[in-house]
Design a protein around this ligand. Sequence first.
Ligand code: SF4
Length: 400
Amino acid sequence: MSCPPLKKALQDKASPDGVPKVYGWCPGALRPMMSGDGLVVRIRAPLGRLSQEHARGLAQLSQHFGNGLIDLSARANLQMRGVAPDQHATLIQGLRGLDLVDQDAAVEARRNLLLTPFWKVGDDSHRIACDLAQALSQAQDLDLPGKFGFAIDCGNRPVLANAAADIRLERQGKQILLVADGADKGLPVSPEDAAEAAIALARWFLAQGGAPEGRGRMQTLIARRGPPAPHSSPRATSAPQPPLGFSATGRLVALEFGQIRAEALAALAEAGALRLTPWRMLLVENAQNLAPLPGLILDATDPRLQVSACTGAPGCLQALSATRDLARDLAPHLPNGAHLHLSGCAKGCAHSDSADLVLTATGPDTFNLIHHGKAGDQPLKETLSADTLRATPAILTEGS
Ligand code: SF4
């Protein structure tokens, strides 16, 4: 059968210089991406929320059409993995039945919204998100780069400053501040005008040449020419990422490596609707007691919270080695507070910032060790095998 994502993936797999490929676009439901275990189908749940019915339906679709594994992305989207190309069209019908898919791929790509998981019905975050989703669906001429996104973080306690976004709407006292990512100042706007102002800022980005050849990010443009002149109000300091536990909205729980099995997702949703976050966590609305489930982390001292690991081999076409079993085995040996990033290649998808300790695969069972850096940085030690690391995990911190 002719499948554009599959053909493209086979072309993309070839990397003659060994340098990880940067795709420059994000998969969607209607425009999936091929990976080592089949198509990755990304679902942008409206308002970042899955009702209990959504969660049950998604779990069934994942088991039926995918491999039963569901990722939570750094942009708070869900990814079904392992979908066979010839099952994709039927899967989309199922997603349409749940009202979890956009009218077309262009609308889906534009509707790249990240919303604070602590929103309440009728508050500023909720209203602006509804307005912006509507405005983006109608802005057919707005041809933004595939990774270009909006963060709506207008609660009393903004939490998304470290999450990826190009245009931000943040709480500033009683006002809302519109911020171009990378700028330390913004433009105060009313909640009623916020969505329109965000669209105008996206148009400014394009008019300023922010996306030559269809690619580009706001931060790069701001570094080059600064924000628009009216953006002159200082930004408030944002609160850090919230810890596991209870809030007025519900209970935050973490997913091991940001992944959950379909049956565990359905079981978790028995306790309440789920809100998606960019922190490998789900917020279970109004939940109190939760039963343990495979891959679910309820304890804030769980060592698995100290590791990040990407899909690795065989799930990713670019991976040079498996990652997650080794990360799980090394987690209990990490010093308190230290973070280990285990990456299947130098691209470092699982953790874009520097980490205290980084292991980057360089071959089927060899890793470079980096201290205080990123996956592609200069290593301190080379060609460490998984067996060596398991036998002597103290190697990780030697010389630090
Ligand atoms: S970092 Fe991991 S998930 Fe990303 S391309 Fe490399 S192997 Fe694949």
